[in-house]
Design a protein around this ligand. Structure first.
Ligand code: PGA
Length: 250
């Protein structure tokens, strides 16, 4: 049995003061989630990582991005040692907004995944097709390339620390969520590729669905056998809504 996981991706939202307010409230949210055996986490902006982690050390707190290099002349970037110094052990990798607006590729994602794993951190690796690719029936080849190229060189041992999120780009922030059947079909497909790459470890890897997940629709996804949780943007920002996501996850 894989544990259910709910991660809120805050994107470029919340000042430090706002993040602190949420972090204080998250102490109760975490107790509620633990009572239901659900793991929860958030990915604040870099500036709020420390305030959230410090306020609720038991909450999963991840970065939204990281640079694969240790240090050097990379203006505007943040390295793994900098995250580790704050006690941060997770990072998103390859969110579609990073791929679209900041030219991230499967190759750069692969460098980040390998660097995080080498540092005993958890990459939450995001994959998903664009609307054009979906309409052209290319979902599976696109997702397969994202998985195989993004996870190239990951050992079976390290694969235990991976989390994958399937987020169709056309469903992110649009209110047009993928049906539970589409989401399950792709998450199942991802698991077959993971099995090919990592054998039995594939059964332990959590695969999340993301894209316009709301308190009103989270339950239907969670009923699917290969969907182990959700990566949630808009509906993760307010404490009440986050609590309802936990309530309805199962
Ligand atoms: P959304 O974002 O829930 O607002 O669609 C999901 C995501 O980008 O992870």
């Amino acid at each position: 049995m894989r544990t259910k996981l709910l991660v809120g991706n805050w994107k470029m939202n919340k000042t430090r003061a706002e993040a602190l307010d949420f972090a204080k409230a998250s102490i109760e949210l975490l107790k509620f989630a633990q009572s239901k055996q659900i793991q929860i986490g958030v990915t604040p902006t870099y500036l709020s990582l420390d305030v959230v982690k410090h306020t609720n050390p038991n909450l999963i707190v991840g970065a939204q991005n990281v640079n694969a290099k240790e240090s050097g002349a990379y203006t505007g970037e943040i390295s793994i040692p900098m995250l580790k110094e704050l006690g941060i052990e997770w990072s998103l990798v390859g969110h579609s907004e990073r791929r679209t607006y900041y030219a991230e590729t499967n190759h750069t994602c692969n460098e980040k995944v390998l660097a995080l794993l080498a540092n005993k951190m958890t990459p939450l690796y995001c994959v998903g097709e664009t609307l054009g690719q979906f309409e052209a029936g290319l979902t599976k080849p696109i997702v397969e390339a994202q998985i195989r190229e993004g996870l190239k060189g990951v050992s079976q041992e390290d694969a235990r620390h991976l989390v994958i999120a399937y987020e169709p780009v056309w469903s992110i922030g649009t209110g047009k969520n993928a049906s539970k059947e589409i989401a399950e079909d792709v998450c199942h497909f991802i698991r077959t590729i993971l099995k090919d790459l990592f054998g039995g470890v594939s059964e332990k890897i959590q695969i999340l669905y993301g894209g316009s997940v709301k308190p009103t629709n989270i339950k239907e996804y969670m009923a699917m056998p290969n969907i182990d949780g959700a990566l949630v943007g808009g509906a993760s920002l307010a404490v009440d809504s986050f609590a309802q996501l936990i309530e309805n996850i199962g």
